[in-house]
Design a protein around this ligand. Structure first.
Ligand code: SPD
Length: 357
């Protein structure tokens, strides 16, 4: 049933918008003002009931728009055609946006609920002192797979993806850093490597994965894997958790060569028009009860310690999605590699995608 809801998410969001006054923008529209709050978030990354409750509590009309990659989000914010009051970039994008003067500094006194965040997720190197960003969700990148479709085989490493048992049987998340990252990790290089020879080696190695790759997809990856359209997928941990909620046969592994630890934080873009409204929304999402409901709905890991305490032990105690600090310390956080190198990663990823066609 939930899968069907997901399949018709667009219809649902539009219907929801009509019922509750949430406006879903098309890309040419521009909004903003003191009675509206424009939010730019990843797809499938909020419980829609929370938007409706926020509207009721704040008296603001929410205009909600989604993106599917940091690169798409940054391009849109840089272009400035549409202005947004709140967005949710990942760590390397936050660092880049800060450098480019695209973010508004955050006044912590306007966020009394900030004290619910686990200090482990504060003051990280991409935003010292959380001057520009506030934790929303965090997670890892790994492989979700269906042992039953693979005669009981337990996938453990990135290099397992090249096994012939996975011929035309893998789905990949449509992300340049994620795909280039596991290509590099499979060669035991850092996923922040900038050595041109290593990057070319990773791209060539990814080229040899082509016969095993069934598709490179966006949020529909969850439905496809839950429906057993492929035996394995490279996904963000929260998506794995949701998929496994739909299909209990699947499992999730953070590969032994290493992987990515990521953080998605809320920010206020410099061009925001309703800064007070942005604070209200951020504080609302930091409330433990709201953060717990959001985590339960989207399946991602919350950095809110008091929300975590409200979640079922089955969720909060699952080390696959709430890995210990000992494990996370072994993982790598994406660095802001600079405009040119990030563009180069994108080019290499595009060449890999073209090579498949
Ligand atoms: N469908 C929501 C996806 C959010 C994933 N954010 C992860 C970013 C990792 N760089």
């Amino acid at each position: 049933m939930k899968q069907l809801v997901r399949m018709f998410i667009v219809v649902f969001v539009v219907a929801f918008g009509l019922m509750y006054g949430v406006h879903v923008l098309n890309s040419s529209e521009g909004y903003g003002g003191s009675n509206t709050l424009t939010i730019y978030n990843w797809g499938d990354y909020i419980d829609p009931d929370l938007i409706a409750e926020f509207e009721e509590e704040s008296g603001l009309k929410v205009i909600y728009q989604t993106f599917d990659s940091n690169e798409a989000m940054m391009t849109k914010i840089e272009q400035g055609g549409t202005t947004f009051d709140v967005s949710v970039p990942s760590e390397y994008a936050i660092s880049k946006m800060k450098e480019e003067g695209l973010l508004h500094p955050i006044d912590h006194s306007k966020l009394p609920n900030l004290n619910h965040i686990d200090p482990r997720f504060l003051d990280l190197s991409f935003d010292p002192g959380n001057e520009y960003s506030i934790p929303y969700f965090w997670g890892t990148v790994g492989i979700v797979y269906n042992p039953e479709m693979l005669d009981g085989w337990q996938i453990k490493s990135w290099n397992d993806l090249w096994d012939k048992r996975l011929r035309n049987n893998i789905l990949l998340v449509d992300g340049a850093r994620e795909v280039m990252g596991f290509g590099l990790n499979s060669l035991h290089y850092s996923l922040n490597d900038t050595d041109e020879a290593h990057l070319q080696e990773a791209k060539s190695k990814l080229g040899t994965l082509t016969p095993n790759v069934k598709a490179i997809v966006g949020d529909e990856i969850k439905m496809l894997l839950a429906n057993e359209e492929a035996a394995a997928g490279v996904v963000w941990s929260g998506d794995a958790s949701e998929i496994m909620g739909e299909n209990e046969k699947l499992d999730y592994v953070v590969p032994e060569e290493g992987s990515n630890l990521w953080f998605d934080n809320m920010v206020i873009p410099k061009t925001a028009r309703n800064i007070e409204g942005a604070y209200k929304f951020m504080n609302f999402m930091l409330d433990p009860e709201h953060a717990a409901r959001n985590a339960e709905y989207v399946g991602y890991s919350t950095p809110n310690k008091d929300a975590l305490a409200l979640l079922d032990e089955e969720i909060s105690g699952d080390e696959r999605f709430y890995p210990s600090p000992e494990l996370t310390e072994k993982l790598e956080v994406y660095q802001n590699l600079g405009k040119r190198m990030l563009a180069h990663y994108n080019e290499l990823f595009l060449e890999f995608k073209m090579h498949r066609k």
